[in-house]
Design a protein around this ligand. Structure first.
Ligand SMILES: [Zn+2]
Length: 508
């Protein structure tokens, strides 16, 4: 609001009152939510309470009586929680054209953190300003991507280590992006161009970000063959820079690693005990979505022995579903096993052929390579918050289902976590793990990002065959005090804010 003159403010307040009178509690102004089971995001036991919202901010929580001029919302005995914070999201793709963000709000997510896996808008400042001029339904924050900086500085010649002057240039760009409001540095070290960076380069760029008060979030260098080395690299960055470090979408994505979640948790706990603030986010599926090329870290797509290893150790042919393939759209929706059969080839030959036919970019795939027991063990780690890694129109069901899936499948059906703890992992812990300070709990002074859901009915419906099916059980979602989702549809409200980190301060 700063910069708005008092006269303008009066006009705005007047408008808000008029809208409230006409449209009821979904608009800005003062309203009271009564008859709710409040799960406040701290992990505290749920309690019956009313929540008063004034001008987009939570004003009071407790046994409150409605005022005569105040709109009332009856929560109907459902659970009222802070809006979920998706710490690893790709839902910004297409957001300007689809600002209602149905995939997001229908899950109860109210803030998305983008610029992930080393890839961000560059420069961030105009991108954020544009989002401020035409807001989305949800709040947006962004990292600055290491891969984006690397591509900017090295151009097409990125299959090599950077020189010291190139690293200095990346540091300079990183500082500029931090000033524009980035939360910190993201990396995608399994992807081009990040995969060609030396660890020392990443440390150097991360140090510049740490000096600007940022943090580090990493799609680590390997999620399969060299997982534990890659985890050590993240921890080392935390130790060397002193800043918080987060492992993106933590997983054990190789047959030979299955059952080693306890070992991984022990490594992380040991680092924490030694003073490194390492955390993780996780999505609740045994399959990921990416380019087929990530299966070949040496990018040796014509190496048949490597293709055989991939299909034996990382993914089975029937577990690789093509979800994007511009050159061969007829293959979308089919597995490698099916395509191999149709073409009369074996699976390794098929994989090599498909990558070649994609011009070595690789078809987009959803690939099963994790074990359910490891997913459960990692979800139980108290420093893991929930993320979606999803997109508005991605081929992976996580884009529409991740958060309801945790609440239905893992909380209600399997009692893996209490409801209060699961909500904490989606809200206050998520906020802490990306450095947000004014969201993530239901408490006076916090932004009125709220979700009302039925804990007995909430469940994801999206599948790999129907990745955009709406979840069930989410009744209402408010962002900054305005209703953005109800009755299974988006409203016309676009109250989302751009959340910027400011040097030396917690972002607000
Ligand atoms: Zn990733």
């Amino acid at each position: 609001m700063h910069g708005v003159r008092p006269a303008a403010l009066l006009v705005l307040v007047g408008l808000a009152v008029a809208i409230t009178a006409e449209q009821g509690p979904q608009s800005s102004g003062s309203f009271l939510i009564v008859n709710a089971r409040v799960v406040d995001g701290t992990g505290a036991p749920e309690r019956r309470a009313a929540v008063r919202v004034v001008a987009g901010t939570i004003r009071e929580v407790g046994n409150l009586q409605p005022r005569s001029d105040e709109a009332l919302t009856d929560a109907g005995g459902l659970v009222l929680a802070p809006g979920f914070i998706d710490t690893h999201s790709h839902h910004d793709r297409g957001l300007l054209d689809a600002p209602e963000a149905l995939a997001v709000v229908s899950q109860g997510i109210t803030t998305i953190v983008v610029g992930q896996d080393g890839s961000s808008a560059l420069p961030l400042a105009p991108w954020l300003a544009r989002l401020e001029r035409s807001p989305a339904a949800v709040n947006v924050a962004s990292y600055v991507g290491h891969g984006t900086l690397r591509r900017q500085v090295l151009g097409a010649d990125f299959r090599r280590a950077a020189t010291s002057s190139e690293v200095a240039r990346m540091q300079e760009l990183a500082r500029t992006e931090m000033e524009a409001g980035a939360l910190g540095l993201s990396s995608g070290l399994e992807y081009d161009p990040g995969i060609y960076s030396a660890p020392s380069e990443v440390v150097a760029v991360a140090s510049a970000v740490a000096a600007s008060g940022g943090r580090y979030s990493s799609h680590i260098r390997s999620e399969d063959r060299r997982l534990f080395e890659a985890v050590d690299e993240v921890i080392d960055i935390g130790r060397q820079t002193g800043m918080p470090v987060q492992i993106s979408h933590v997983k054990l994505a190789m047959r030979g690693l299955w059952g080693q979640a306890d070992r991984l948790v022990a490594v992380l706990d040991k680092a924490r005990a030694a003073g490194v603030n390492v955390t993780a986010d996780i999505y609740p599926y045994t399959y990921w979505q990416s380019s087929m090329t990530v299966l070949f870290p040496a990018r040796d797509f014509t190496n048949r022995r490597e293709a055989e290893f991939v299909l034996r150790e990382l993914v089975a042919p029937e577990g690789v579903l093509i979800v994007g393939f511009d050159e061969r759209p007829e293959y979308v929706g089919r597995t490698v096993a099916e395509i191999a059969k149709a073409r009369g080839l074996d699976a390794p030959a098929t994989v090599m052929a498909l990558i070649e036919e994609s011009g070595n970019r690789g078809p987009g795939i959803v690939a099963t390579s994790m074990d359910e027991r490891d997913v459960e063990r990692l979800i139980r780690w108290p420093f893991a918050n929930i993320c979606s890694d999803g997109a508005l129109s991605g081929g992976h069901p996580r884009g529409f289902g991740a958060f309801p899936r945790v609440l239905g499948r893992y909380v209600r059906d399997r009692a893996l976590l209490s409801l209060e703890e699961a909500v904490r992992r989606m809200t206050s812990l998520a906020a802490a793990n990306v450095g947000l300070s004014d969201r993530g709990t239901i408490a006076p002074g916090k932004a009125a990002d709220l979700v009302l859901f039925d804990p007995d009915r909430i469940i994801d419906r999206a599948t790999t065959r129907d990745a955009r099916a709406l979840a069930e059980g989410v009744h209402k979602v408010w962002v900054n005090g305005q209703i953005v989702f109800r009755d299974r549809t988006s409203t016309a409200a676009r109250p989302g804010r751009v959340i910027r980190h400011r040097a030396g301060q917690s972002p607000v």
